[in-house]
Design a protein around this ligand. Structure first.
Ligand SMILES: *Cc1c(COP(=O)(O)O)cnc(C)c1O
Length: 434
């Protein structure tokens, strides 16, 4: 997604194959000889990609290498036998199952640790490590649909804004849900007044609401408390899509944004949350956190058990997907240690500081590009689309957006942890000379 076709083709020529075939260090931090002697023809020049990663500004992917300790942890797991033969995390990580060649212990512990990060009540949390943010959203929507239909006998309508991630529409289609698109305010966050109107217009249906904390393009935040204020007395399920922002917000002064249980009476502000592991955290391949509370899960499981015959694996799996990866939960567990959480804190600060810097500099020197940052919680700055050359050089994402009822092309920069001030300065320089 984040490599243009042209770049991809440009990197697969004969000249680059030579480079690929020489024994190089892929990371510069963790010496590896994996590429030598294994040179498949047509393989991309990975070392060139490694060099280019610092200038990838357009997508919410952290392209830093995880710390050296991560690779040591990976090696320890590998030495212990993981990824050496066929492990499988099929089933519920919170239950003892029949099939034991898994890493359920680490997966459960991981979910409990991140549950604490998001303010779930201790020991009342359930979840698993999914394939991606989309997979986590799928489970949120499926659980919400199941609960609403079971409680009311009616399939819910699903509410989200047009700034929500495109995966939501796919999932609504997959689950045959009627959707209600809620208007947004100028910043791209959900218009709570419009939500209320639409809830009233569909009062005969339970509501399944997707709140996005950090919309993909603009970085807008739907107000959970605002949404909650319109839900009193209604049958509803509220799922939080926090694919990118969910990674770092807990480490900022805005941590309460994602708080699951109110401090006063421990009542929930939302029912489930989805966070991508490859976005802020920079886990080296796609994965996602899905976290909900135990009571919600148990209510779901009681229904799920009716359509899922537990005979074969001797339990209700809890997940839609059956076979699941054992390696990723074990590896991602690394990111839940105290020292990792404090490293995430400094990454979060640097990211938001740099986003503030970019926005300020653009306002001062490139005002004609109309740069917007939705607020201090967002690492995203969007602006009028610059030249194709710049879009290409920095792998910028481009979208049409309405402003003053006119469709205009915008691009955005997502200031991820791998984006340094030096890179931003070069980017600003390029913007002003092109
Ligand atoms: C990236 C993103 C997703 C999809 O997450 P994947 O991990 O890529 O499946 C969903 N929602 C939002 C808001 C996102 O930014």
């Amino acid at each position: 997604m984040y490599l243009s076709r042209r770049k991809f083709l440009g990197l697969t020529g004969a000249a680059t194959l030579v480079a690929t075939c020489s024994p190089i260090s892929l990371s510069g931090q963790t010496p590896r000889d994996a590429l030598s002697g294994q040179c498949a023809s047509g393989m991309k020049d990975l070392s060139a990609l490694v060099r280019q990663r610092s200038t990838m500004l357009g997508y919410p992917i952290n392209l830093n290498f995880p710390p050296a300790e991560f690779f040591k942890w990976r090696e320890r797991l590998n030495t212990a036998g993981l990824d050496q033969f066929n492990f499988n995390n099929v089933g519920d990580p919170f239950k003892q199952g029949h099939f034991s060649f898994n890493t359920h212990d680490l997966e459960k512990d991981l979910i409990e640790r991140f549950g604490a990060v998001y303010g779930f009540v201790q020991k009342q949390v359930w979840g698993f490590l999914s394939n991606s943010g989309t997979d986590s959203n799928m489970h949120g929507i499926y659980i919400g649909r199941t609960l609403m239909q079971n409680r009311t006998g009616i399939l819910p309508k699903i509410y989200f804004t047009h700034e929500a991630h495109y995966s939501i529409q796919i999932l609504c289609n997959l689950m045959s849900l009627d959707w209600v698109v809620v208007d947004t305010e100028a910043d791209g966050n959900m218009d709570i007044g419009d939500l209320e109107q639409k809830l009233n217009a569909n009062a005969d249906y339970p509501a399944l609401i997707i709140a996005t904390v950090g919309t993909t393009f603009k970085g807008a935040i739907d107000s959970i408390d605002g949404i909650q204020s319109k839900l009193k007395g209604r049958d509803y399920y509220l799922h939080l899509d926090a694919a990118l922002f969910g990674g770092y917000l807990p480490h900022t002064p805005f941590a309460d944004e994602l708080l699951h249980s109110r401090r006063t009476d421990q009542s929930p502000r939302y029912h489930s949350i989805a966070v991508s592991c490859h976005k802020f955290f920079g886990y080296p391949s796609p994965a996602g956190l899905f976290i909900t509370s135990q009571d919600i899960f148990e209510e779901f499981e009681a229904q799920f058990a009716k359509i899922h015959d537990p005979q074969y694996i001797l339990q209700v799996p809890g997940t839609i997907t059956c076979s699941r990866d054992s390696v990723k939960p074990a590896e991602f567990h690394f990111f839940s240690s105290d020292s990792e959480l404090s490293r995430q804190k400094s990454d979060a600060r640097q990211m938001l500081d740099n986003a503030g810097y970019l926005h300020k500099e653009m306002l001062t020197h490139l005002k004609h590009l109309e740069p917007v940052r939705t607020g201090q919680r967002s690492p995203i700055v969007y602006f009028r689309k610059p030249s194709e050359e710049i879009v290409d050089r920095y792998t910028l994402a481009v979208m049409q957006s309405d402003r003053n009822n006119e469709a205009t092309a915008y691009a955005h920069v997502v200031v991820m942890p791998h984006v340094s001030k030096k890179t931003l300065d070069r980017f600003l320089e390029d913007l002003s000379t092109h």
